[in-house]
Write a protein that binds this ligand. Sequence first.
Ligand code: ATP
Ligand code: MG
Length: 274
Amino acid sequence: MILAIANQKGGVGKTTTVVNLAAALAARRKTVLVVDLDPQANATSGLGVEPAEGISLYGALLRIADVNDFIVGTSVDKVNLIPSEVNLAGVEIELARMEDHLHGVSKVLAPIVESKVFDYILIDCPPSLGILMSNALAAADAVLVPMQCEYYAMEGLSVILNLVERMRRTGANPDLRLEGIAMTMYSRTRLADEVVSQVREHYGDAVYKAVIPRSVRAGEAPSYGIPLVAYAPSTPVAQAYFILANEFLARERARAVAADKTDAVLPPKSSSQA
Ligand SMILES: Nc1ncnc2c1ncn2[C@@H]1O[C@H](COP(=O)(O)OP(=O)(O)OP(=O)(O)O)[C@@H](O)[C@H]1O
Ligand SMILES: [Mg+2]
């Protein structure tokens, strides 16, 4: 299953969500591949991998090499990575020139999906509405949108949700669904509370119950190259990401049951309940 973590707005917690969700899923015995699709390479360094020229999806997208050649290990057990590097920025131009410029990433990731080596593939998107992000949305089964608990965040949210809708409507990715909205960098203020309740009012169950608190620990984690979830699992931010991962897995299970109705036929209730 491919999950794109996307929001065209910068600094809302996309990368922090990618690396911590990956680590939390790994702690639940899932195998995860993180695909860093942002030339800033923050997810790459956040997982303890030094960005290196030539080691990114760039080569695979230009059909220079097999995509499997770019998968590397990270600081977290069971989390693998396709790193990013500055050259990835050039891919925007190369992709734009391709005939089917929206499906480059989807085609490159297809053999990895088919191999079923990974339970989840998480794509960290760059903060723009460019071709890389569109490619991520075209490749994904679902989108997770992190949004900061601040006043103007709602407007940004409608932009990304409209894009998701457009991917469906135009047929670029007819089955793309919104996996959920994760509220990030929450601080106990009246404004933050207002934003959270407004977003819940508008988007209902799409909003995760887990709210990620603001903490300096989250800000310093990238410099260690290990997600907070892995090196300080008892901190409030790490705990919130564990809850988010549990919700994510619960939604996945619910969807699997709904998709296969025959599996949903439950055994008869025990006689004590009759
Ligand atoms: N819960 C949090 N509390 C405090 N700081 C946080 C939290 N989550 C993320 N940060 C910090 O805020 C900054 C932006 O976070 P992050 O890089 O995850 O956002 P992003 O959406 O990926 O940014 P970009 O759009 O540039 O890719 C980083 O310095 C990060 O360490
Ligand atoms: Mg980022």
